[in-house]
Each structure stands twice: as structure tokens, then as C-alpha cells.
Design a protein around this ligand. Structure first.
Ligand code: NAD
Ligand code: UD1
Length: 343
């Protein structure tokens, strides 16, 4: 298929571009580079041996989306483009509604204008809000605990209405758990600007000496060691999940379907620290700090629906997550250019 990847230069988009190109799909990336760099396309060419086009544009610009879809005869869209920082969303909610919700509306309008009705959407486990039971399955009630989560929920609801109004749509809503890791080459990965909010990029930087020590946000949760438990999924597995979803929606009859992409296995903060140290032979100094507001004790997926309906399940474990992140971190230390994510 000829597939447009909005946000294709970003962390998950770039890894999915590799997976799609490797299976013979034609990929076109569309990205405004607000949180990524054009140089990632060079890395993608090195990895895939193919030149993947990048169109620099904003999804809120419907005309440029339509031009991109028409000029490349696009048949399906995977929609990664969006802002994703929870703290920033709380402080500046309007830019999240504008970028994520209005941007998706503009994309849908452009798709309709170009007669493209196959869409894979990047949603998040954040739409489950405070877990009422575990593991989280797709019928768990949804709610939002912050404006970022609310944009994902609003988009999911918008897509549900669109699919109800026109059953020709084929939409996959993918709810990611905690994506971590990097491509095995070490050429692409996630390197947030400033101090990382998420655990694993923080651990990587402490290990390399870019940051002094990790603060573990709370050790008094109702979990085996008192620290927060999450479902970490390797970004390469996540990328493969997009291929599986695209294949499923292209051949089945439902206008919209939702799947969790997680491993089903939860690990605590301290388990992640120890795994990173053991796998990479490094030291990650940490201190116990207060709980982070808004955090839950445990969050992990039921991956059963994806396994049954997509024939997909995560294959890579903690070892691969930790070693690939460290390879990428070392690569960043020895070169100044290539990285997937810049903000
Ligand atoms: P990322 O920031 O690395 O990638 C997003 C890309 O979208 C960036 O390259 C950015 O430049 C681009 N972009 C943003 N707004 C745009 C716009 N208006 N027009 C065009 N391009 C735009 O983030 P990611 O981690 O790759 O996340 C991809 C998607 O997955 C996002 O929608 C995110 O909300 C969702 N998601 C991510 C995670 C995670 O932990 N990384 C978890 C759940 C869901
Ligand atoms: C966060 C976002 C969530 C988003 C997800 C994407 C918040 C509140 N939630 O989820 O919306 O979908 O990222 O991956 O930001 N931790 C530390 N020290 C740190 C960083 C994290 O102890 O410096 C702990 C956290 O308390 C948590 C675990 O590590 O228990 C994972 O945190 P993080 O990587 O930020 O992911 P989530 O909070 O699950």
C-alpha cells in the first residue's frame, strides 16, 4: 500500500516507517518537525536502503495534506502527529486542542476529499484514566485525567461518530501502553529535549552521566516493591502492531476497531532501573522522591484482543528494551546529529 505517516519523523512514526518499508509498503512522511528533525530521514535511508519522502507540513493545513495525498496516490493514513507532553498540556491546553483535535479534524476532511478512508490512529492507555481493574481490556471505562488525555478521548469519539455515519471507513484505534527502546541499529530512538518526563529516557541519561540521578516518584504504592508498575513495550513491537492493524482493517468489515498495544506484563520503576543496570553494565544512581501528582500505582494491558484479532503480540523483552536504548544513547554521545525526537 501507499501510506501517509503524519508525524512520521517522530519517535514511533520513524520506527513504523522502517517496519512498513521492510514489508514492501510505500511510505511518505508528513511532519511539521515541531518535535523531530529532518535528519532522521537520512537514518531511515541507511536502515531501509530506501529513500523515504518527507513532506514538511502541518496537519492543520488541509490543502497541503490533500496535495500530499493526491501527489503520492495515498491509500491509507497512519496518524501519529500530535503533541504528547502531559505537563505542557495542563499548562497550555488550547495548543493541545488546536494541534491534536483540530489537526485530526483537518486530516479527516482531507482524507474524505481524497477518497481515502483507511486510518490507523495513535491513541494511548491514558484514555482508561484511573484503572478500575487490571489488566486493562478494551471495554474498560474511559475517562481523561488531563487535557492531553482528553484530546485522545475526543478524537476517539469523533472517529466513532465518523465511522457510524459512513460504514466505508476502516479505522484502527491503537491504545499504546509505555513505548520504550530504539531501533536495533542505534540510529533512531527517542531523545527528548530538556529534562525527560518519562522514566526510560531519564534512566538512559543518568546512566550516561548527562543527568546526575533518577528521582523515583514514590515507594509507598500498593505494588510489590512500592514503586509504580507500568507495561513497557518495545517500539519495534509497537511498529509491528501497526502493520498487523493495517492488515486487519483492510480485510475485515468493521468500520472502526480498537486494540491495546501492550505486553500484558507490568514492571516496577526499580525493576526497570535494575534491568537497565544489569543488561548494560552501568550504574543508575537514584533517590526516592514524593509521588508525582496524577500517577497511578499500576497500569498494564490485556493484550488478548490484539493477539486474537490481529495475530500480533509483543516479542521483545526488557533485555532488548534496555540494550537498544543504551546503544542509541551511546550513539548520541559519539555523534551530534542523528536523533528522532528533538523536543
Ligand atoms: P513524537 O513527538 O516523537 O512524534 C510526533 C510527531 O508529530 C513529531 O515528529 C512532530 O514533529 C509531529 N507533529 C506534531 N504536531 C504536528 C502537526 N500539527 N502537523 C504535523 N506534524 C506534527 O511522539 P511519538 O512518541 O512518536 O508519538 C506519536 C503519537 O503516539 C502521538 O500522537 C502520541 O500522542 C501517541 N502516543 C505516544 C506515546 C509515547 O509514550 N511515546 C504513548 C501513547 C500515545
Ligand atoms: C506518561 C503519561 C501518559 C503517557 C505516557 C506515555 C503522565 C502523568 N502520564 O505515563 O499520559 O501516555 O507517559 O509513555 O505523565 N517515574 C519515576 N521517575 C521519573 C519518571 C517516571 O519514578 O523521573 C515513574 C512514574 O512515577 C511511573 C513510571 O516511572 O510510575 C513510568 O512513568 P512515565 O514513563 O512518565 O510513564 P507514565 O506515567 O505511565
Amino acid at each position: 500500500m501507499r501510506i501517509l505517516l503524519t508525524g512520521g519523523a517522530g519517535y514511533i512514526g520513524s520506527h513504523t516507517a522502517v517496519a512498513l518499508a521492510a514489508t514492501g509498503h510505500e511510505v511518505v512522511c508528513f511532519d511539521n518537525l515541531s518535535n523531530s528533525r529532518a535528519e532522521v530521514m537520512d537514518q531511515l535511508e541507511t536502515i531501509t536502503g530506501q529513500s523515504i519522502p518527507l513532506i514538511v507540513g502541518d496537519i492543520r493545513d488541509r490543502t497541503s495534506l490533500e496535495q500530499a495525498m493526491q501527489s503520492h496516490a495515498i491509500e491509507a493514513v497512519i496518524h501519529f502527529a500530535g503533541l504528547k507532553a502531559v505537563g505542557e498540556a495542563v499548562a497550555r491546553p488550547l495548543i493541545y486542542y488546536d494541534n491534536n483535535v483540530r489537526g485530526t479534524l483537518s486530516l479527516i476532511e482531507a482524507m474524505i476529499a481524497c477518497s481515502v478512508r483507511t486510518l490507523v490512529f495513535s491513541s494511548s492507555a491514558t484514555v482508561y484514566g484511573e484503572p478500575q481493574y487490571l489488566p486493562l481490556d478494551e471495554i474498560h471505562p474511559t475517562s481523561a485525567t488531563n487535557p492531553y488525555g482528553r484530546t485522545k478521548l475526543m478524537i476517539e469519539e469523533m472517529l466513532t461518530d465518523i465511522a457510524a455515519a459512513d460504514p466505508d471507513w476502516r479505522i484502527a484505534v491503537l491504545r499504546y501502553f509505555n513505548p520504550v527502546g530504539a531501533h536495533e541499529s542505534g540510529l533512531i530512538g527517542e531523545d527528548p529535549n530538556g529534562i525527560p518526563n518519562n522514566l526510560m529516557p531519564f534512566i538512559s541519561r543518568v546512566a550516561s552521566g548527562r543527568l546526575e540521578r533518577l528521582s523515583v516518584f514514590g515507594d509507598d504504592y500498593d505494588t510489590p516493591d512500592g514503586t509504580g508498575v507500568r507495561d513497557y513495550i518495545h517500539v519495534t513491537d509497537l511498529a509491528a502492531g501497526h502493520l498487523a492493524a493495517l492488515g486487519a482493517i483492510s480485510s475485515h468489515n468493521e468500520p472502526i476497531s480498537t486494540w491495546n498495544l501492550g505486553t500484558g506484563q507490568g514492571y516496577s520503576v526499580l525493576e526497570m532501573v535494575r534491568a537497565f543496570e544489569r543488561v548494560n553494565g552501568v550504574c543508575v544512581p537514584y533517590q526516592i522522591a514524593d509521588r508525582r501528582p496524577g500517577d497511578v500505582a499500576s497500569c498494564y494491558a490485556s493484550p488478548d484482543k490484539a493477539k486474537a484479532e490481529l495475530g500480533w503480540e509483543a516479542a521483545l523483552g526488557l533485555e532488548d528494551m534496555c540494550s537498544s536504548m543504551w546503544r542509541f544513547e551511546r550513539m548520541l554521545a559519539t555523534s551530534n546529529s542523528p536523533q528522532a525526537t528533538a523536543t
